[in-house]
Design a binder for this molecule. Structure first.
Ligand code: NZQ
Ligand code: ZN
Length: 386
């Protein structure tokens, strides 16, 4: 096992009815900004629960945070936070609203010239306005981690910011919200969380048996519950498992002491920035081709995946690795998502060439756990996924 530092200060309030208890964890004198997206929280009744719990607080609202949250929109909220001296933020939404709130919380106390530098300079975020979240859609794990992914519309960039300053103070996970989520978004969450685990597991063995078993238990649970979540989202038991799997897939526990990859996400973010394809779908497009190209260096862990997740008992390590990739592809397909870029956009080689060019410009010359996935290989991976 490799050395690691680990902290996770986010309080989780899990279960039915927990949305109505948020006043217990927000200071009474706080001036609260409630942030949300396109309005689904009003249709689902989550807004009413939040507002009644905030009765008596000084509240301002900021709505309209889009999927793949945009710097240009978020900066409007930063101005309001500063002008009105807001000192607590409450994100009510999925990964986009939560990530957008993380950016707003850090940008509001940033004293540089342009808060976009928080994304480009890659310095750890240490200070931010305190915030909590009410998760309306499990998928990204943003509710219990210190990362956010923000898009700049003007330049079609989609970049990551990180730092312990943007851990939520608390997150409410009420599985009853799952019953309101459209089927497409349920598939997205089942894919995104699955790939989060893969990016921290499909590397090479380092004798981290517990982390391997943690990862495998999440993968096995997701495979078990996926049909129930997709077709019976009102089932409280599977909704609870689903929500808790998504959170644990990216709250830091899995990557302690093990190598990580994240190449699939880095390529996927570019596809979303260029063509506005849902985050999870870009992962389903890239993952099989990525693993096929790196089957040599990932063979041992792919074979372990085949044995422990896909139930493969026969064959050489290479044959098992091939079956693991087939299994991953069929999991996506069982959720109605194909792994062919051309099913979503007509871009031929242009997409692959653009990504490779962008990575070269950014000096992202070696992705993956061994930093050996060059822009040229990225181009081949995306071309093969077309
Ligand atoms: O805009 P609203 O009204 O909120 O509607 C949303 C949105 O249209 C809707 N929705 C959410 N909860 C609902 C609901 N509809 C009905 N009932 C509910 N209960 O779902 C749509 C998609 O929401 P969004 O938040 O965009 O999806 P997701 O949670 O998948 O977040 C995607 C974003 O997270 C980033 C992605 O790149 C993308 O920008 N990620 C963040 C990560 C992190 N911070 O750690 C890691 C991830 O890998 C990912 O990159
Ligand atoms: Zn993701």
């Amino acid at each position: 096992m490799q050395n690691f530092d680990y902290i996770n200060p986010t309080m989780i309030k899990f279960g039915r009815g927990q949305i109505t208890t948020i006043h217990e964890v927000i200071p009474k004198e706080a001036k609260v900004m409630v942030l949300y997206g396109g309005g689904s929280i009003k249709r689902t009744g989550i807004y009413d629960q939040v507002m009644s719990s905030l009765d008596g607080y000084d509240v301002v609202e900021f709505s309209g945070i889009p999927s793949n949250p945009e710097y240009e929109v978020l900066m409007d909220a930063v101005s309001i936070v500063r002008e009105q001296e807001v000192n607590f933020l409450l994100a009510v939404g999925g990964g986009s609203v939560i990530d957008g709130t993380k950016f707003i919380s850090a940008a509001s106390v940033y004293d540089g010239d342009d808060a976009w530098d928080l994304l480009t300079k890659q310095e750890p975020i240490m200070e931010a306005v305190p915030f909590g979240t009410v998760l309306t859609m499990p998928a990204t794990g943003s509710e219990m981690n210190y990362a956010a992914v923000i898009t700049k519309r003007a330049t079609s960039e989609k970049l990551l910011m990180q730092g312990v300053g943007i851990f939520p103070q608390f997150s409410v996970l009420d599985p009853t919200v799952v019953s309101t989520i459209p089927e497409r978004q349920l598939s997205n969450g089942l894919i995104d969380s699955f790939v989060h685990v893969l990016e921290q597991y499909l590397t090479y063995p380092v004798e981290a048996r517990l982390q391997d078993r943690f990862a495998e238990s999440i993968l096995n649970t997701l495979v078990d519950i996926a049909p129930k979540v997709k077709f019976s989202p009102s089932d409280y038991g599977s909704a609870s498992d689903y929500m808790w799997c998504c959170t644990n897939a990216l709250n830091g526990m899995l990557h302690n002491g093990v190598p990580q990859d994240w190449g699939i996400h880095m390529i996927g973010h570019e596809i979303t920035a260029m063509y506005h394809i849902d985050h999870a779908i870009t992962l389903a497009i890239v993952a099989p081709s990525y693993y096929q190209h790196l089957i040599g260096q990932k063979e041992a862990k792919l074979a372990q995946f085949a044995e422990r997740i896909a139930g493969v008992t026969e064959g050489t390590p290479r044959e098992k690795a091939v079956k693991a990739i087939e299994f991953i592809k069929s999991y996506f397909l069982s959720l109605g998502v194909t792994s062919k870029l051309s099913d979503y956009v007509d871009c031929f080689d242009q997409c692959a060439e653009n990504i490779s060019k962008t990575f070269k410009e950014r000096q992202w010359l070696g992705l993956g756990e061994k930093q050996n996935v060059t822009p040229e290989m990225v181009e081949q991976i995306v071309k093969a996924a077309y």
